[in-house]
Design a protein around this ligand. Sequence first.
Ligand code: FES
Length: 422
Amino acid sequence: ENVTADPGRLVEEGRVHKSLYSNPEIFAQELDRIFNKTWVWVAHESEVAEAGAYKTAFVGRQPVIVSRDRKKNIHVLLNRCRHRGATVCEGKRGKTRAFTCPYHGWGYALDGELRAIPKPEEYEGVIDKQELPLERLRHESYQGMIFATFNEEAEPLEEFLGGAKKWIDLFMKQSGGYPLQVLGDHRFRFPGNWKIQLENTTDAYHFPIVHKSFISSLDDQTSEVFDFLDGEGFVEDLGNGHSVMVMIPELVDLEANLDDPIPERFAELAEALRAEGHDEAEVRRLVRAVGGSGFNLNLFPNVACSMAFFRVLTPISVDETEIHHVAIGGAGAPAPFNQMRLRLHEHFQGPMGFGTPDDAEGWERVQKGSLAGPDGWILVNRGLKRMAPSADGNPAGAVCSETGMRAAYQMWKRLMSDEAGE
Ligand code: FES
């Protein structure tokens, strides 16, 4: 049977077919129908804060440059020389006056305009420089998050984000009242399909099993915070494939409960802030913000926001994915706050951390299993019959529900169905 003829059939209400993880033709269709059609996260504005700053990123498999020109306008440019197609920039991030193609030296301005060509007399009457800028992608920002798309017909970004906007607003409070700033990042690849990672962000069920060593690395008070599976948490489908998993509802609004006792693990931070002369209100606000806001937000198709970090995924092939972990803090925030943010990030997400490396092993095993047997389905039906309204009346499930996975797969199905692909 040709499973790629109608990929929408591979997603049912409570299960998805394993070929979604292992069929290269499905992967090629995903690049075309998902990554080239929807809004894809490419940068946070703080990564290109100054005139002349740039970073490189991917929209699906297509390399792009996010740049800020001298007038401080942001551009998202296809990283492909208009001469013979070489990438014009391989740096991860930096500052420059122009992008000069390393092959034959064509030079492009920060807004993509073609400015310089070696031996221009050879091109006299042949090309018009004005007609050969680096191609520009449509881009829009929300709360400093820059998204780009190849699709001129795509709805405005804010419409696409829809129900997720409220959670992005809450996420931004993690910078302790300062503008959110990217503090650092690291990248790694795992031998598995991109959707295996996407599913993980709102999967609470694996937490006590996979993250046993993380939990054992915590003090008693902190490990209690992570004992949330039987708590009041929930997972909510936010529409358009986005979802949120609220693990610890009382932590969600970082501007609330500022009079609560300062947890032991942040006592040293509080002292360091007081020693720097910050008043008690500021100390409490920063201490409250440093531990994160108790929820994971999945923005379809490629970014997750969680305590103290973004996670961005880039599909490499059907069975390989690059993960880009971005630690966040506050621009101009006291140094002890940002340092604590980095330490917490390293503790869980870092390459030597107690969290993500264990997740990655689980993802790799799902990929291996998806090759086993002639046929097979993968279940995403946990909590399907246990739906209850959340506090604000939205449909939600308990924290262990696979609601987030189902939300992503319904969007996947919509985009991958025949009509959408035409
Ligand atoms: Fe860029 Fe030739 S490929 S200048």
